[in-house]
Each structure stands twice: as C-alpha cells, then as structure tokens.
Ligand binder design. Sequence first.
Ligand code: SF4
Length: 394
Amino acid sequence: MGFTEDRSTWFEGQGLWQHVPAEQWQDWTWQLKNRITSLEDLERFMTLTPEERRGVAFAGKKLSLAITPYFFNLIDRTDPNCPIRKQLIPREGEMLVSPGEQLDSLGEDEHSPVPGIVHRYPDRVLFLVTDRCAAYCRYCTRSRLVSNAQDYNFHPEYEQGLRYIEAHPEVRDVLLSGGDPLLLSDRKLEHLLARLREIPHVEFIRIGSRIPVFLPQRITPKLCEIFKRYGPIWMSIHVNHPKEATAELRDACERLSFAGVPLGNQSVLLSGVNDDAEVMKALVHRLLRMRVRPYYIYQMDLITGGAHFKVDVRKGIEIVRSLRGHTTGYAVPQYVIDAPGGGGKVPINPDYIEKITDDEIVFRNYEGNVHRYPLRVEAGKVPALDPMSVIDGS
Ligand code: SF4
C-alpha cells in the first residue's frame, strides 16, 4: 500500500459542493439531509465497480448506505482501492458468510438485561442509545442492529436503561454508544447526561462516537457547553486513516478539548485501509497533532460478511512493533482482540521478552538488541554514599 503524506497541509473545503452556501455546509442538519444514501446518489458522482454495484444492491438487507457530503469529499472517485471508499461503499464481499463469523460476534445480546444495556463487566455498562449513525462503516461490529436494515427490532429505551443503572450501585462507568450518541438532539443528550450525573455511583461517563469524523459540524459550541456542564465526559473517536484527519476534524477536536473532553482514538485494522506501518504512523502522528491520544487498534470482530476486511494478526503485531520505540510513546495505541463470544479485550503485544529467571529478565529493545535487568534483590555491599558525608554536609 505505502503512504506518503504532505504533513504541512490538512484537507479542507467543500469539494463537490462548492455551490452550497458556507452557512449551509456548516450546518450539521444540512449535512444529514443531503447524505448519499442510494445507488442513484452515488452514480451521480462516480462510477462504481461491478463489485460495488452488487454490494450497494445488497446493502438495504445488511447495513444501510449513508455518507455525509463532507466525508464523501475524502473519497478518491477514480481509485477503487481508495481507503475511504472501502470503508463506506458496500462491496459484494458483504454477502458472503465465512466460517466463524456471527451476527453478534461479541455475544452482547446474551449480556443484555434490559433493551439497550450490555452489562458484561461488573462495574461498567454499555448503554446503546440509538441505532443511527451519520454514515455507516461496512465493517461495523453492530451491523446486526445499526441502521435497522436487518429488522433486528432494536428500540433503545432510555428510561429502562437509566433505571437499570440506578438500581445497580456496582456500576461506576457508563459508555454511551449505539449507533452514534451524538446524533441525538442536544435536548435528548443533555437529558441523558443530566440523569446519569444524578446517579451517585456513576463516576465515569464516556461516549463512543464517529460523529467528529463523519460530521464535524455537529460539534457545535452549544454541544460543547453541554459537555462542560456535565463533564468530565470522555470520548473515543474513530479514525482509521490519515486522510480522515482533516482541518474540520482537527477544529472539532479542539472545540471538544477546550470543553474539557479528553479524547482517545480507536482504529479498526482493515485490509487495504490501514494495514500498513506507514499509514498507521501517519495516522497516529496526525492524531497527536489534533489533541487525540491513539488508544486502541482493534483486530476486526468476526462479523458476518467481514472477511474481505480481515487482516492477519501477525501483520498487526508488526505494525505495533514498527511504532513502539520508533515514535513518541503517546502515539502508540494498544492492539487488542475483543475475544469472540464476549471474553473482553485482550492486549496483543509484540513479544520483547526472551527469558525470565529468578535472577534476571532478558529482553530485546525496539532495535532488536538484547538487554538484561537483574531481578534478585541482594543487600548492598558498598555504600553508595559515605553516611558521614550526608550528616556533616561535606
Ligand atoms: S459509526 Fe460506529 S456504530 Fe456507526 S456504523 Fe460506524 S462503526 Fe458502526
């Protein structure tokens, strides 16, 4: 794949929508109303490959097609291998089910005591507050319910969810997700945050959202005021490729940061999108410049129709190895597999340890050089300092 970027510029602008007044372009409701959602919409702007045409025809039964005009501008319409295009435009590979793939690959439904709540770990709940997103990622873990293309009968029930959290004092951490919680109106979001803040045992509130990436216009001053009022609210955004790190996203992240929202990024490792050390390095550097800490790289979950995105884990490990020690520590995300069936996130690290004995640990550094660190604790034989020199100051 390879990647060379111009680090001095940030993509920005209205692209294909130059004729739209800037005021409308900046209006997130205009962006939503003008999304590309059908084969006809797409073919007004670009020529699809036969594989994509078949994928689009199937999308209505799997996961809806939607792309905001802002994000559509990032697609290279002349390149079928464009990493943005691959994430958003359906391909016929989605129609195939491979061994091991499942609709609910993380076993979330089994851990759902009331609609919209997933309670897998004792002290944390996932609160699914909507099934809608600004745009739909073709590899979505929750494609069974997101966009409701599969008639999954998912109806988020805020009150039931809130009452469940109130009744469970062990829950100290609530993650709002979906779908995308930032698609809710300011009024609904404020209501949810206010109710959660009233629950004494809820210490930590976080939001998982791809809205800053698909629809940075949604990060309005008014929304930021809500985050300030009910903060600290932590947020995980979802950027997969450095092309997504535009001037608009950078500015949205700045608004969130100034409202006191700590930002982390979660990327999914995707074949032909970001399974490349140079791409990943460019991405994590852009993230730091946008005040976002690269947090996780996910091995893709085993969702149905996802095989064409799957990357060999060994490649993921090599990508992490190419970052660790070779760039700023803050830029190195944790590579994880969310264990199929609901086993939780497990870190997958390059192995630096050669040997551990009672005497020492032997390990390699980022350059491959062997180093040793003694483990046995023995009483010192030679004083590091002459005690008298400390007492008399000599
Ligand atoms: S934004 Fe998140 S929830 Fe929505 S389609 Fe993409 S991965 Fe799925």
